[in-house]
Design a protein around this ligand. Sequence first.
Ligand SMILES: Nc1ncnc2c1ncn2[C@@H]1O[C@H](COP(=O)(O)OP(=O)(O)O)[C@@H](O)[C@H]1O
Ligand SMILES: [Mg+2]
Length: 332
Amino acid sequence: MITVQHVSKHYGRHTALDDVTFHVKTGEILAFLGPNGAGKTTTMRILTCFMPQSEGTATVAGFDCLDQPMGVKRHLGYLPETPPLYPELTVDEYLTFVGRLKRLTPRRLASRKSHVIDQVGLGSVHHRVIGHLSRGYRQRVGLAQALIHDPPVLILDEPTVGLDPKQIIEMRGLIKSLAGSHTIILSTHILPEAMATCDRVVIIHRGRIVAEDSPDRLSSRLRQSEKMSLTVKQPRHDWLERLRTLPGVLNVLPTAEPNTCTIDCQLEQDLRETLSQFVVSQGYGLLELKPLSLSLEEVFLQLTHQEEDAGIGELNDLDPIGQSSRNEQPPA
Ligand SMILES: Nc1ncnc2c1ncn2[C@@H]1O[C@H](COP(=O)(O)OP(=O)(O)O)[C@@H](O)[C@H]1O
Ligand SMILES: [Mg+2]
């Protein structure tokens, strides 16, 4: 549904995108994950015909982004980093305005408008002035304008940035509810966001794609060991050493907290039962035992390290998606 082939973008002498290639299948949600300045917005602007690439080709729904921008725009909805809202209009007025711009007939506009207002949960505020709405509701209005012409493709640039935790959960739920019937690319610099919402993750770093895989496989591939955090009631004395002797435990590291440690366990092993039984049987007082997931910083450190060691080609040469047999803990 979306193809990006050997796309580069230069701003003067600065290369923002360097030979980027990826594809998104119909109905898939793809996370475009990378730190600030990685080139996410630049890629999205090229796909939405907001800006031409310097080299390479990009297509959406079979239309070329350079040669057939009207075809592309008819098939996609775009939520930019800052939603293009008019704060003095009501939600109704604004959606009518956008629908007219997208050349919906009055009849179709009326039915689409009531449908998207319902779909993104704006029913209680549709008559209110946008400038008076909370950030979470304004972001929903942004999503509503992207959906008004019922496009099969959605491009969402950091859709949860600036939202509070409750709003983030609602926005993620909304995006997930659009999956299947839509092909979606969403950008984010937050690893758990990519892991929680998407079927596949493309990691971009300094304008280049450094990894591409399903969330499960990506984190297991990047991980040398399973990490656990253990908190017990009894302050540390000999239990650090004793934990090290348990089968499957590679290392036990103290933390700043006197009764907490990080345990490195062998890959593909879930030692929660062993560890909890041990702690309880020894009377240490089990307070918390939880798996730790990699942070984005750790992922990038590892990827850029591997990039130097192995070259980008190997990183892109990954196994087919969805063959993971691992049972990962969902990210918090
Ligand atoms: N209009 C522009 N002119 C010059 N440089 C730009 C422009 N837009 C983005 N850049 C640069 O291109 C790089 C990628 O930016 P961007 O695509 O916005 O990254 P992201 O969205 O991942 O944070 C950054 O180094 C940024 O400074
Ligand atoms: Mg951006």
